[in-house]
Design a protein around this ligand. Structure first.
Ligand SMILES: Nc1ncnc2c1ncn2[C@@H]1O[C@H](COP(=O)(O)OP(=O)(O)OP(=O)(O)O)[C@@H](O)[C@H]1O
Ligand SMILES: [Mg+2]
Length: 257
């Protein structure tokens, strides 16, 4: 059973004016295949920094702690090696890849991740049925990755990648943001298909409980000021929706009640 383990992770980001600034301040998190985790937390609490750090983005420096996938040191891996090891990251702001079609991009990614080119016949069928399920126009396969895609189209494309690459652990950063009601449902169905295989651990980063109505998390973690401040079940997400993050942010002020 695949397990991603994050222990006491400290991460700094290089800023042009203030030098290295500590963003993650001791994150502990364990995600196993078949589990769905939600990370919620206010703007600027470090959620995307966590996703970038797991992905190996060069701007973020790990200054302490460990990240392992099935015991293997993720932090020692290159970005490519992380993908091959079974990690999948869908970023909050997906980038354009000019000159590379969706179809070629997916096939190259699949080949890199599984170590051999997928058989063309099966692959074409898999792509077509995954695109159908996400209600993506087949014409998208011949467009350049994310070039001129609407916000919602970019998110569907991320889910398409996830469904085809079958990662061990997937981190989805704000996949629900900017989706209309229908797109949210379609994207959530895609996430649930992956979930139901029982073979992927999901880490959903989100502000709102909107997506959590469709994708039920097993665990909810509240992220505040670069670490996990509280953990619970799905009921914690409802509590946050109702009461906001104030009680976490005001922890330094005197308790009067
Ligand atoms: N490259 C950078 N340069 C300067 N500051 C940065 C950089 N990257 C992140 N930060 C700072 O780190 C903090 C955490 O940012 P991060 O994007 O991880 O937050 P977040 O929880 O994902 O927020 P949101 O909910 O708005 O997406 C913020 O204060 C942000 O300004
Ligand atoms: Mg973010």
């Amino acid at each position: 059973m695949a397990t991603l383990e994050i222990r006491d992770l400290h991460v700094t980001v290089d800023t042009p004016d203030a030098g290295a600034k500590e963003i993650l301040r001791g994150v502990d998190l364990t995600v196993r295949a078949g589990e769905t985790h939600a990370i919620m937390g206010p703007n600027g609490s470090g959620k995307s920094t966590l996703a970038y750090s797991i992905a190996g983005h060069p701007r973020y420096t790990v200054t302490g702690g460990t990240v392992t996938l099935d015991g293997e040191d993720v932090l020692a891996m290159s970005v490519d090696e992380r993908a091959r090891a079974g990690l999948f990251l869908a970023m909050q702001y997906p980038v354009e890849v000019p000159g590379v079609t969706v179809s070629n991009f997916l096939r190259t990614a699949k080949t890199a991740v599984s170590g051999e080119a997928p058989s063309l016949r099966h692959w074409t069928k898999d792509v077509k049925s995954a695109m159908d399920a996400l209600r993506m126009d087949p014409a998208f396969a011949e467009r350049n990755v994310n070039e001129g895609f609407s916000g919602g189209e970019k998110k569907r494309h991320e889910i398409l990648q996830m469904e085809l690459l079958k990662p061990k652990v997937a981190v989805l950063d704000e996949t629900d943001s900017g989706l209309d009601v229908d797109a949210l449902r379609i994207v959530s169905e895609g996430v649930n298909r992956v979930r139901e295989t029982g073979e992927t651990g999901l880490l959903l980063i989100t502000h709102y409980t909107r997506i959590l109505r469709y994708v039920k998390p097993d665990f909810v973690h509240v992220f505040v000021a670069g670490r996990v401040a509280e953990e619970g079940g799905p009921e914690l997400a409802d509590d946050l929706e109702e009461n906001g993050y104030d009680r976490f942010l005001d922890s330094s002020s005197p308790v009067t009640a």
